[in-house]
Design a protein around this ligand. Structure first.
Ligand code: ADP
Ligand code: MG
Length: 200
């Protein structure tokens, strides 16, 4: 019987790997067309280790996955997603409550902001992670509400002006395209919701 962690790891990796062409396309519009390949490389490396990761307590698995992302994804997004996962690993207990998830996710977002010298509103992954935290924090939060917040906030990066990362080099021409990291964050969050809810 696969454990819940096993299922979580496999679902997240499969979704990111399958999204490679879409993420590459988005990054070709306002970046250097490597976000899909970067993410695929990182999550393929996690998938290779999935059975040993799934045998570890959740915090250790998250820390190990984060280190793999830093080493394998590269680009701007590797250290940022690595920081997100490693901070979740540091902050979450082995069997987290809803409050633990809210607190750990807030700490992980702060760590991504510090690592990227960035904040909300710069047209990055943070513009999905922030609204997702808000959705998770609401009393009685549902998986549907979290998925909807991730989808809406990724769409909302389309009219934004990029002021961080490679897309900021384009200035006004960054407007009118979805941020690739926002989309990969939406895919990650949706995969986590689906796996935890058992609908993947
Ligand atoms: P690179 O930009 O080095 O080619 P990727 O293409 O893999 O790296 O990742 C690009 C994504 O990383 C962007 O779409 C954006 O969401 C995210 N990103 C880039 N810089 C920052 C930053 N300073 N803070 C937060 N996210 C960032
Ligand atoms: Mg890129």
């Amino acid at each position: 019987m696969p454990t819940q962690l096993d299922k979580l790891i496999n679902t997240v990796c499969a979704r990111i790997i399958a999204a490679e062409p879409e993420l590459t396309q988005l990054d070709s519009e306002i970046g250097d067309a490597d976000h899909g390949v970067n993410m695929k490389r990182g999550f393929e490396a996690i998938l290779v280790d999935s059975s040993s990761l799934a045998a570890q307590p959740l915090p250790d698995a998250l820390k190990a996955a984060g280190m793999t992302l830093v080493m394998k994804v590269g680009g701007a997004s590797g250290p940022l997603y690595g920081t997100l996962f490693m901070t979740l690993g540091k902050e979450l207990p082995p069997e987290p409550s809803h409050d633990d998830v809210v607190r750990a996710f807030a700490a992980a977002i702060d760590a991504v902001k510090a690592r990227g010298k960035s904040d909300f509103g710069a047209k990055t992954m943070l513009d999905v992670l922030g609204p997702v935290l808000a959705a998770i924090s609401r009393p009685g939060a549902t998986f549907d509400a979290v998925r909807a917040a991730a989808a809406a906030s990724a769409e909302e990066t389309i009219p934004m002006l990029a002021t961080k990362g490679r897309a900021s080099f384009l200035g006004e021409r960054s407007i009118g395209h979805m941020d690739p990291g926002a989309r990969s964050s939406q895919i990650l969050i949706t995969a986590v919701c689906d796996a935890l809810e058992g609908t993947s």
